[in-house]
Design a protein around this ligand. Structure first.
Ligand SMILES: C[C@H](N)CC(=O)CC(=O)O
Ligand SMILES: [Zn+2]
Length: 307
């Protein structure tokens, strides 16, 4: 089995903008290349060892997966920090796998995100939004996002694994449900992905597993059974679940992801004014538990990155 790093430092990943939230939802969502670079550098300075990056059209904020859309902020981030860069292969649900794979194939980053399956991708957190909802058979469809599917077939996953692994890129393995852990086990058994696995368990996105502490415990228990000592466990909680789920992970010896891609909030009804604000909040939880955050170089050692 792969020896885990001797130190129990906690790796913070910050996902600074994503593709799903829109500028109308928060004035603090980074959109332009400069805003994305600022957000990544501030998140790193606040304690994030890794930053997860998407690109957007600077005018309308729409997701943009063209390598040239990433170039300006990647250059600034690399010139001004040694943060570990994790480039998305998820892009947006509307994109083809070829389109989604382009930036990683071009930039050959240390880390790329990898979604371990296809899924219905609900925009809004689970039930909270519809307390008083009366179903109207005349208008069965709730939201435009009700028809949104993120497609990532076994062939697409193999394609991403083979393309990126050839560049020495390792993966942030997004598991939105228990079945995704078994899919990872399958590709590991096929030798298409090597340990240590960096598993990013995703909680509270409609279409995936819920945000309840028992869901979190069940994911961890199952990952321990399937991967033993060959993996690092990290979590992201969507929306209001971000910090509570991060706290549970840290208490269980895990790692955390925050950032405006996953939640626009810092507290009930309070928008986060920056990504760094969320990094500082989760760092307080980590240090409050007597633990310390990992530096980017410690994360490189833990995840055996190419540097
Ligand atoms: C829940 C997150 N949106 C997962 C994600 O970050 C996917 C990706 O970029 O590949
Ligand atoms: Zn992403």
């Amino acid at each position: 089995s792969t020896a885990k790093a001797k130190h129990n430092k906690v790796m913070i990943t910050c996902a600074v903008t994503g593709a799903i939230h829109t500028p109308t939802m928060s004035p603090h969502l980074p959109i332009t290349a400069d805003q994305i670079a600022d957000a990544a550098l501030e998140a790193h300075a606040a304690g994030a060892a890794l930053v997860h990056l998407h690109a957007r059209d600077p005018v309308n904020g729409r997701p943009d997966q063209r390598p040239e859309a990433f170039t300006p902020f990647l250059k600034r981030v690399k010139d001004n920090s040694n943060v570990v860069i994790n480039i998305t292969t998820g892009g947006a649900p509307t994109m083809s796998v070829e389109e989604r794979l382009k930036p990683c194939a071009y930039f050959k980053p240390e880390v790329a995100s990898l979604n371990m399956g296809s899924m219905n991708f609900g925009l809004f957190p689970m039930l909270a939004r519809y307390p008083k909802f009366q179903f109207d058979w005349e208008k069965p469809y709730l939201e435009e996002s009700d028809d949104r599917i993120f497609k990532n077939t076994f062939r697409d996953i193999a394609n991403i694994l083979i393309t990126c692994a050839a560049n020495g890129t390792r993966f942030e393995i997004e598991c939105y449900d228990i079945g995704h852990l078994y899919t990872l086990r399958h590709f590991a058994d096929r030798g298409l992905v090597k340990p240590p696995f960096f598993i990013q368990s995703v909680f509270g996105i409609l279409g995936g597993i819920g945000p309840h502490p028992e869901d979190v415990a069940h994911m961890k228990r199952t990952a321990d059974r399937l991967f033993g000592n060959d993996y690092y466990w990290s979590v992201l909680g969507a929306g209001r679940n971000q910090l509570p789920i991060a706290a549970q992970s840290v208490a269980l010896g895990g790692h955390v992801r925050v950032g405006l891609e996953d939640s626009l909030w810092i507290g009930p009804g309070k928008l986060a004014e920056s990504n760094a604000m969320q990094v500082r909040a989760v760092r307080q939880v980590i240090e409050g538990l007597g633990l310390s955050v990992a530096s980017s170089d410690e994360a490189r050692e833990m995840l055996q990155l190419k540097g």
